[in-house]
Write a protein that binds this ligand. Structure first.
Ligand code: BG6
Length: 501
């Protein structure tokens, strides 16, 4: 896929972490792969005074030394010509006049025709203000061309603030010009959920309560909050991961087949899942939510501080860095099937996966097989390894029917090696090509906040004195007790020692 239309791509927040870690590298890769049209210019807007040269030098340095990627010098030289750094105060009206001047200088022949992508890689409190200024300066409504806005997460901090933000910006921008980012939607294996489910006739007939025992969504990170303490302490794992990435995974796993692969058809089905997700109403206290915060410990062989000792975190912070919960989707397909979620920072292992445990429906015809036939299980490995794992039972060599589990392991990244594009490359291409399927529609977001609000209502649920798990461990013991009470176990606990997984 290529970007088909010329445009000027403006990044607000050009000196921020996201821009150097993800956006500039993604744009550079697209450039190196000839996926950008000739007239595609990038204006990097930051509030620090620096020359174009020093800005691009910093970006290059970061890609080479921090991201450890080799840069093709010739590609970088041509890429550099597409980018201009502008020290602009986006709080001030003059800033927008300067920006328009920069556009005319970059594209004097108006080859980009007025097509503009504005990427808001800034702190959420600036989203509304920047859009308002763009609107007031008539930078969003050029009739002969398109103008779109890409907005990073978090979109609001709860249902009310998200609703207010949306109300305000939708007066200036129609929904189809707003591209709300959830970078998980650009991940290769997240997109593969749809291919797996609907591109294989064997799965759909058994993808329901009759055959599925439980679904687990695990997002285990080894990293802590790093330098993002101030942001994270206001956010916590529920808002940082669950409201966005995890609910997106859950919707894709649980949705009905969409009428087509069009963005609206897919998003309509995801919305239906979120409408049916069971809200917490306090009727089952102490059972379905476990919260946690990491204390000091060891990661990658070295000592690491606890959450409360991280930069920017108050020493008595009650913010959660871990959550495990059980929820359900109240529709016919999923009646009675628990969906377990396990997510945390500073755990023992980096792994994001979705696990589908099937019910044991085998006919009891094999003498002595009791206890040897294992549940079939399908694991969609999102990262760091990308792939699919499927466990079946098969006969062991020799007389009689002795069963043993056989693991079928498909390694997506091994098969396609470096061809798997980074999420941000796909998101940028999607938005510029006006494909909204990788972005969150307002109603999805609204419903996800409704679910989060129900968790907030149970604020004291599953909480005990923090910290309640040490860095580098498997998380709070209560998370394991929660699933054990249902006679089940987390996949990573059961298979923790299996190196092949
Ligand atoms: C971000 C969160 O959206 O996703 C981070 O703000 C989190 O806290 C990150 O670490 C995880 O993304 P990935 O792509 O590394 O799984």
């Amino acid at each position: 896929m290529k970007i088909s239309e010329s445009c000027i791509f403006t990044i607000f927040g050009a000196t921020g972490d996201l821009t150097k870690r993800k956006l500039i590298p993604a744009l550079f890769t697209l450039h190196g792969q000839n996926r950008l049209p000739e007239d595609f210019f990038i204006v990097a807007v930051g509030r620090r005074d620096k020359s174009n040269e020093s800005y691009m030098g910093e970006m290059k340095n970061f890609i080479e030394n921090e991201l450890k990627k080799t840069i093709n010098e010739r590609d970088w030289e041509t890429f550099r010509k597409r980018v201009v750094y502008k020290n602009i105060d986006f709080n001030k009206d003059e800033g927008y006049e300067e920006l328009q001047k920069a556009y005319s200088e970059m594209d004097p022949g108006r080859k980009t025709k007025g097509n503009r992508m504005y990427y808001l890689a800034v702190a959420p409190e600036f989203f509304e203000m920047i859009i308002k200024k763009l609107y007031e300066h008539r930078m969003l409504d050029n009739k002969d061309s398109w103008q779109r806005v890409m907005i990073e997460k978090p979109f609001g901090s709860d249902l009310e603030t998200a609703w207010r933000l949306n109300q305000s910006i939708s007066k200036m921008l129609p929904e189809d010009k707003i591209f709300r980012i959830d970078h998980y939607l650009g991940k290769e294996m997240i997109q593969n959920i749809l291919s797996l489910r609907f591109g294989n006739s064997i799965f759909e007939p058994i993808w329901n309560e009759k055959y599925i025992d439980n679904v687990q969504i695990v997002s285990s990170e080894t990293l802590g909050v790093g330098s993002r303490g101030r942001y994270y302490d206001k956010t916590g794992i529920v808002r940082d991961m669950l409201q966005s990435h995890i609910l997106q995974m859950l919707s894709l796993i649980a949705m009905e087949p969409p009428a087509s692969l069009g963005p609206e058809a897919i998003r309509d089905e995801k919305v239906k899942v979120l409408k049916n997700i069971r809200l917490y109403d306090g009727s089952d206290p102490g059972k379905n939510i476990v919260r946690g915060q990491y204390g000091e410990g060891f990661t990658e062989g070295a000592g690491a501080p606890g959450y409360r000792q991280e930069e920017g975190i108050p020493p008595d912070s009650e913010t959660e860095t871990f959550i495990a919960l059980k929820t359900r989707i109240d529709n016919r397909r999923w009646r009675g099937v628990p969906f377990y979620i396990f997510a945390g920072k500073r755990l023992h292992k980096k792994a994001t996966c979705v696990i589908i445990y099937f019910k044991d429906k085998t006919v009891p015809m094999f003498p002595g097989s009791a206890g040897h036939i294992q549940q079939n299980v399908l694991v969609i490995r999102i990262q760091p390894e990308e792939g699919v794992f499927f466990r079946i039972n098969a006969k062991k060599p020799g007389d009689g029917f002795n069963f043993g589990p056989v693991d079928m392991n498909y390694c997506h990244s091994c098969l396609y090696e470096d061809n798997s594009p980074e999420a941000y490359e796909k998101l940028i291409m999607g938005a510029v090509n006006n494909d909204a399927s990788l972005f969150t529609r307002w109603d999805e977001l609204e419903l996800s906040w409704r679910f989060i609000e129900s968790i907030d209502r149970m604020a004291s649920e599953g909480r005990r004195d923090y910290p309640n798990y040490a860095t580098g461990t498997k998380g709070p013991t209560e998370a394991y007790e929660m699933i054990e009470r249902d006679g089940r176990a987390w996949w990573h606990e059961k298979e923790g020692k299996n190196e092949n997984i």
